[in-house]
Structure formats: C-alpha cells, structure tokens
Design a protein around this ligand. Sequence first.
Ligand SMILES: [Mg+2]
Length: 313
Amino acid sequence: MGLLPGLGALVSGNEVAVASLKVGGELCLSFNASVADHRQPVLATLRALLLFDIDGVIRDVGRSYRLAVTETVAHFSGWRPTPEIIDALKAEGCWNNDWDASLELLRRRQSRQPTLQLPSRDAVVEVFSGLYFGRDAGGTVSQQPHRWTGLIRQESLLVNGAFFDALSEAAIGWGFVSGAEPPSARHVLEERLGLQQPPLVAMGDAPDKPDPTGLLQLAETLAATGGVPLPHLPMGYVGDTVADVLTVTHARRQQPRLRCKALAVTPPHVAAATAAVRAAYQQQLLAAGADVVIGATAELDPGRVLRLLSCQE
Ligand SMILES: [Mg+2]
C-alpha cells in the first residue's frame, strides 16, 4: 500500500520535507511549500488511534459522489433516486462502493421499468467517472487534478488541517480507510487539507467495507510504527454509514482483543435534514452497533476523543 514512508522520522520539519520529496514521486507532484505542515505525532508517545472514513466525514459529498450516483442512474434510466432512497440502500450495509450502488439501484428499478436495459458495470463506471471527475476535450475522463471539471469540484471540507495538528499534539495517531478512488482521496487529504503522506487505505488497497481487512491493516501498521501492541491501544473509527459501523464490529469479531469503537457521525446532508430524518438515521447507526453518534466530525477535539475511547463519556 506504500504506507507511511516517512513516519519513523517525524521530528524535524526539514527532514520530513526532504524525505517526502525523495520517497513519493507521485506525492511530490502535489507537494507545496506554502501548504501548512500537518503531521503525525511523535509516535513514541502514542496514546490512541483515530481512523477516519473520508466521504461524509472529512468532506461533504452531497453534491459530488452522491449526486454522481443520482445522475448515473438517471443517465441509464431517466429516473433520479432521491437522497432518502440512496440512504436506504446504504443502510443495508453492503453498498459502500458507489459504482455498485448505482448499478444496484438500476437493477431494482427494473421491477417498475421492465424495459430498462441494465448496463454493464464498466459502462456504469465510465459514466460515473465522467460525472465525478469531468472529461477532457476529447471526451476521456480527466486524469489530472488540475484538469478536473466534474462534481469533485463541489466538495467542501468538514475539518481543516489544524484538526489533525490537535490530534497529533495530543499523541493521537490518525489515518484514513475509505472506499474512494485513490486519486480523489489523495487530492482531498494532501492538496486540500495539506496532510503530508497521510496513512491511507483507499479503493483497491483492500476489500470494500464492511470487510475489516483495510482497517485492521492500517491500525496494525500505525501501532507497530508507534511501538505499541495494537490490543493495548484505544482506537476509534469515524464513519457515517452502516457499512462503516459494521467494519468495526467485524474487526472486533476477528480480533476480540481489539479496543476499537465505532464513532459514527451524521453526514452533512442528514445533519441538514429534519429532526425526524436525523433521528432515524442515527437510530440505524446505533442499531448496526455504533458506540456513539456524533453530530459532526469537527466536534472530535482530542479531549472528547480520549474520553470516548476510554468509556468516560
Ligand atoms: Mg462515508
């Protein structure tokens, strides 16, 4: 996965800058000296781990990925699923991949629209990617961030770089386990948030959630780098869907000594909905096994994180 190439030497800012330039050719493209320098804690003092989903947790994807699902389905069927219909599908816990979620919505639509021809998965991916990233003049999906013209440009951040600095200062290690495509995930973490070589498991690095493999691999790597056995380390995973919560419960089932809590957060499109919609969404997360539901990711200041992970809140 190419994780953590510079994590062992996070003492001097200069050292880190040089290391990142040498190690990550791809990462270097986005390296920008003017970007604030947000790093992991000095890991000898690691007190806890906090891993994050990205979509709906770190960035608002209500007008990007979620809209791409709606418009992809509309492209093939003429029908636009509402946010509630997408949420109901996601509440089943097994549709974390938005390409597969789009195809499944089309498949279910066939019962009402018998003439609907189901596209191939590749055709869904092609349309979805064009909507999300945008297309070059020749019609191919844009590959370079500076050429992206699609819905990805409509994403707002839900936290800032200082949020991760505060975690680092409290000796809370952090990382990301997301089903987003690697270029999209790296773009938001490195270029928009200014995180240096963020520990990341993205689409294709591990099986899709709720399979816990990616979460466990990243947690093991961070714990080992910090010199703390993972079972000794209080840990939380912050996610906004039933699949995220199930990822934690499956991880605990695989490793009963794991001290990992499911810290669920309501995504922005739910936080902005009616109290009844919010309550129903939160109830789904709790029913799936969430240890707590938080109103917004930004509420997770270090003091609250440590209290939550130590069962004191
Ligand atoms: Mg999410």
